[in-house]
Design a protein around this ligand. Structure first.
Ligand code: LFR
Length: 494
């Protein structure tokens, strides 16, 4: 059987990528799993845009969605060219991005205003307003979502006007611009705080209690279904055939990443999806909606194939990337390689901070905020955490590793699952020091990789929809294991 080609569009908070993937369904002489090879054909930077302050004096942050869409189309054109060189056809396109954020679109398809970025401050005022209407205990009972101040429902409460508009989550907005078809992909819908965790459909009760218009979000679509085919203008600009379908994948990047965790069949799947955030948890088939789970702020997000991603958002490499951005602006050492080497040479047992604190959500001045938090935290050396980048980096990584260990212990207590190893996927899986510290803090073997879990998860769902792969998540994960090299870190090696 010949190879098959698919395109993944994967946009994160700090960069976006368009990837042409080749799936070789042949099982080969060894009867092993199918393989997936990725070619990144286009990369572009992304980041929040400072848009001044609003009438209440709150900082406004936005994303440049038209700019992202232009980059996506450039990437699709490059993917089409590479496919043509290889004499193959792009069978479909799948899109994933971060969750929670949305654009409001009118009947004619125009954006009401540039899209807000979830780290802006407008929900500070609306969290209490929402909780006044529906108390947090009740929200959890219905949606099973952890409290995050930027969840879609708090953002919607800050909108002066919703009537006459539909809310399109970021991947759905890009899919709308590519195909003209409006849908809401299910895994990402589960991050809005408006989906019923038991049924997987919108909670009519919450819409009513929160005064949200019915039909605010377009109809749900599940991974594997098709949004539609390319609009003529997109086909022309990208050079791709107009009948190229855009297929729904786990459009929440974390859903795609977890779909590609290279767990073995039957293994209890514990993971850290490590990027801007660290998403730490296990995969379940039913939500955990207990009061203990709510108190520990665990979330039940929906994954590919109706699975539940039972996890917590732990602070992530955002603390590090924001610090690097600041040091670079000050003309100091900011290269990741140099910083990690210097941090690795520092002794263990230094100061730690609570990486989950809301004070680290916003951009700017990160090293200063970390030093202040370390001084308050009272861990050894915290009061003297120096301005030295290596010391700050070591503090971030020690604190992340400790938070992972705490969260995995809680995951086991709350879910009853006791995984024997933890998979680290995403960009952070390349950070050897963090992986080693994680193994030491958790006492579990850390299986690092793949770096491109999100893109792989995106591709696997498309390949299965096209009949190039078959089976459930275990079969998809076998294809990941056949395609990538994992690195193992053990506590003993630290
Ligand atoms: C990771 C992620 C998290 C989500 C956060 C905000 O990229 O999608 O899962 O909580 O970004 O959308």
């Amino acid at each position: 059987m010949s190879t098959r080609s698919f395109v993944a569009v994967d946009v994160g908070a700090s960069s976006g990528r368009v990837i042409l993937a080749t799936v070789s369904p042949d099982r080969g002489a060894d009867g092993g799993a199918p393989r997936v090879a990725l070619d990144v054909v286009h990369r572009f930077p992304n980041g929040v845009i400072d848009d001044g302050v609003d009438s209440a004096g709150k900082r406004v942050l936005r994303w440049d969605l038209p700019g992202i869409f232009a980059e996506v189309q450039d990437g699709l054109a490059k993917a089409g060219e590479l496919a043509a060189e290889r004499g193959v056809r792009v069978e479909s396109i799948g899109i994933d991005t971060w969750a929670v954020d949305y654009g409001l679109v009118d009947a004619a398809g125009r954006l009401k205003e540039p899209v807000h970025a979830y780290r802006d401050a407008r929900t500070e005022a609306t969290v209490p307003v929402v909780h006044e209407k529906v108390p947090p205990e009740k929200l959890y009972e219905v949606t099973g979502l952890q409290f995050l101040p930027f969840t879609t429902l708090y953002q919607l409460a800050a909108e002066p006007r919703l009537h006459g508009y539909q809310a399109l989550l970021i991947p759905d907005l890009l899919a709308f611009w590519l195909t003209g078809s409006r849908r809401t992909e299910e895994t990402n819908a589960s991050t809005t705080g408006l989906l019923d965790a038991r049924t997987g459909i919108w909670s009519a009760q919450l819409f009513e209690e929160l005064g949200l218009p019915e039909g605010l979000f377009p109809e749900l679509i599940v991974p594997g279904e098709t949004y539609g085919t390319l609009l003529p203008a997109v086909a022309e600009r990208t050079g791709l055939p107009p009948d190229t379908p855009v297929v729904a994948v786990g459009s929440h990047d974390t859903a795609s990443a977890v779909a590609a965790v290279p767990a073995s069949e039957g293994e209890d799947v514990a993971y850290i999806s490590s990027g801007t955030w660290s998403l730490v948890g296990v995969e379940l088939d039913k939500p955990v909606l207990t009061e203990a789970s709510r108190a520990a702020n665990f979330t039940n997000e929906r994954g590919v194939d109706g699975t539940i991603r039972y996890l917590r958002n732990v602070g992530g490499l955002w603390l590090l990337s924001e610090s690097q951005r600041q040091w670079a602006a000050e003309g100091r050492e900011a290269s990741l390689e140099a910083l990690l080497a210097a941090a690795a040479a520092l002794p263990a047992g230094g100061p730690q901070i609570d990486v989950d604190a809301e004070e680290f959500l916003a951009p700017d001045g990160m090293p200063e905020r970390i030093r202040a938090a370390a001084a308050r935290a009272g861990t050894p050396g915290g009061e003297v955490l120096t301005d030295e980048p290596a010391a700050v980096v070591r503090c971030i990584l020690d604190s992340l590793a400790a938070a992972y260990a705490r969260t995995l212990t809680q995951t086991a207590q709350l879910s009853g699952r006791r995984p024997g190893a933890v998979h680290v996927v995403g960009g952070g899986s390349q950070n050897e020091l963090l992986c080693r510290l994680t193994a030491a803090a958790t006492g579990l073997p850390v299986l690092a990789g793949p770096v491109e879990a999100t893109a792989l998860g995106n591709i696997l769902v498309q390949a299965r929809a096209a009949g190039a792969l078959d089976g459930g998540l275990p079969a998809l994960r076998a294809a990941v294991r056949a395609s990538v090299q994992l690195r193992e870190h053990t506590a003993a090696a630290v």
